[in-house]
Write a protein that binds this ligand. Structure first.
Ligand code: BES
Ligand code: MG
Ligand code: ZN
Length: 475
């Protein structure tokens, strides 16, 4: 897709607010016939083969317009263009203060590009997405417009990279290949990528990651990605992504239908942090960030860990394993401790497809959040809002912490069914060293929005790559 400034070729796309008056015969006609009145996301196509082609695009109520809505409007427009085989349009941005901003134009680009995403590499009859040209003109041309478009394009490229990782299947994407992809993509951008194999993980003492990972012939990898580009600042943000490349549940086996079959997405957190590193390095942000992924597969074999096992971790704390399907928190325990104690990051965010309970509580639309530091959470929350990505904070207190206590080990790996997202998050809290400000994001629901079939443009711009980018951009 191409975005071109100040060209007016192609099908004329006319933005219409529902409560405004326009001098347009076409609009009078569609209103009278009740075909189109400018309501949000309405699209009316007038495409005669021998005359002026025009598309009316519903912008809804002027006062309610937001970037989120702009993404949805343009997502819908692109789908319509493809349906009608029209591949060049010209749009004049209306003279509304809100609209003539960088953020609006970025949302336009994002929404349009989102409509082009597909994951069809395994289909024999795949079709190329047609090349579409969007000509944009405004009465007052913003000086930054060109750069805004470029930035939005870069953001979308990294989001698609993250979505591709999430959608890729476990047959191809396993710890070793995930680590290699991260290295191949990120090293040329100046990110230092260290990969530790199973033996080196043993030397590091990553006993939690190894306990889960030893079940599989696809051996674990510990991936550390460093982008240090602000010498003036001591602050280093740690990003930890759950990287379970497939989760069968282990001996606490998951049922197949509607449960295990989507578990190739259980490295959604890893996809996000690798995608974010790609973006941060592409955009050369002046910031310091270290991303960590403990990648492994949770499968069933003679060497799998078992319910009832008591295992140790990098921190020395012991875990009673009551359910081998609560594996994510065990792997995260080591990664988060490594980030906060060994690498001494100043703040840490972990992202994980951690609990089915989060899906039950918040659906596929909201990420569940837990924190030990309200100020840090608020910064993240602002960044998420600006990204149009939805995050909801959950309550924490000692009543929940009690549920993770074990009579035979320091903690147990499930706090029961009730409040499952909260106890899972608080389990990780035990492995945050030095009281470092920490936010935990459970993306079990929102990771699904990365899937091509289920994708909704609203609030799902790539499992928080943009949230993290916004946050790091302010650093
Ligand atoms: N990867 C799953 C969580 C999940 C569920 C992600 C659905 C995406 C969609 C996680 O490892 C898991 O199995 N969690 C268990 C925890 C329970 C055993 C305490 C769960 O949610 O059932
Ligand atoms: Mg599991
Ligand atoms: Zn899992």
């Amino acid at each position: 897709m191409k975005f071109v400034l100040n060209k007016k070729d192609g099908v004329r796309v006319t933005p219409i607010f529902e409560n405004e008056n326009y001098n347009s015969e076409l609009l009078s006609y569609t209103k009278e016939k009740e075909l189109f009145s400018g309501k949000l996301k309405e699209v009316y196509c007038h495409l005669p083969f021998d005359g002026q082609k025009e598309i009316l695009l519903g912008f809804g109520n002027k006062d309610d317009l937001s970037e989120d809505k702009v993404r949805e409007i343009f997502f819908k427009l692109i789908k319509k263009l493809v349906e009608n085989k029209e591949y060049e349009v010209a749009i004049e941005l209306p003279k509304v203060e809100k609209i003539l901003t960088s953020d609006f134009v970025k949302a336009l680009v994002e929404g349009s590009l989102h409509a082009t995403y597909k994951f069809d590499k395994y289909k024999s009859d795949k079709k190329e997405f047609p090349e579409i040209t969007i000509n944009i003109s405004t009465e007052e041309l913003l000086p930054t417009l060109e750069e805004d478009i470029k930035e939005a394009e870069d953001i979308m490229k990294s989001i698609f990279f993250a979505r591709d990782l999430v959608n890729e299947r476990a047959e191809y994407l396993y710890p070793e290949t995930l680590a290699n992809i991260a290295k191949e993509k990120l090293s040329p951008l100046g990110v230092e990528v260290e990969i530790y194999d199973e033996k080196q993980c043993e030397e590091l003492g990553l006993k939690g990651l190894l306990a889960v990972g030893r079940s599989s012939v696809r051996k674990p990898r510990f991936i550390v990605m460093k982008y240090l580009n602000n010498k003036q600042s001591e602050e280093v943000i740690g990003l930890v992504g759950k990287g379970v490349t497939y989760d069968t549940g282990g001996y606490s086996l998951k049922p197949t239908a509607n449960s295990m079959d989507t578990m190739y997405c259980d490295m959604g957190g890893a996809g996000t942090v690798i995608g974010t590193m790609n973006l941060v390095a592409t955009r050369k942000l002046k910031t310091n960030v270290i991303a960590i992924v403990g990648a492994c597969e949770n499968t069933v074999s003679g060497s799998s860990y078992k319910p009832g096992d008591i295992i140790s971790t990098l921190s020395g704390k012991t875990i009673e394993v009551l359910n081998t399907d609560a594996e994510g928190r065990i792997t995260l325990a080591d990664s988060v401790y490594y980030a906060t104690e060994k690498l001494k990051v100043s703040k840490v965010i972990d992202l994980a497809t951690l609990t089915g309970a989060c899906l039950v509580a918040l659906g596929e639309f909201y990420t569940g959040a837990i924190t030990n530091n309200e100020k840090f959470y608020n910064e993240l929350s602002v960044a998420a809002k600006e990204a149009g990505e939805r995050v909801w904070q959950l309550p924490v207190d000692d009543s929940f912490r009690e549920l993770n206590k074990s009579s035979v080990a320091d903690v147990k790996n499930t706090g029961g069914r009730l409040g499952g997202t909260i106890t899972a998050g608080l389990f990780i809290e035990n492995f945050v060293a030095n009281d470092v400000p920490w936010v935990h994001l459970d993306i079990a629901g929102t990771a699904y929005l990365s899937g091509p079939e289920k994708y909704l443009p609203k609030g799902a711009t790539g499992v928080h790559v943009k949230t993290l980018y916004n946050l790091l951009n302010k650093n």
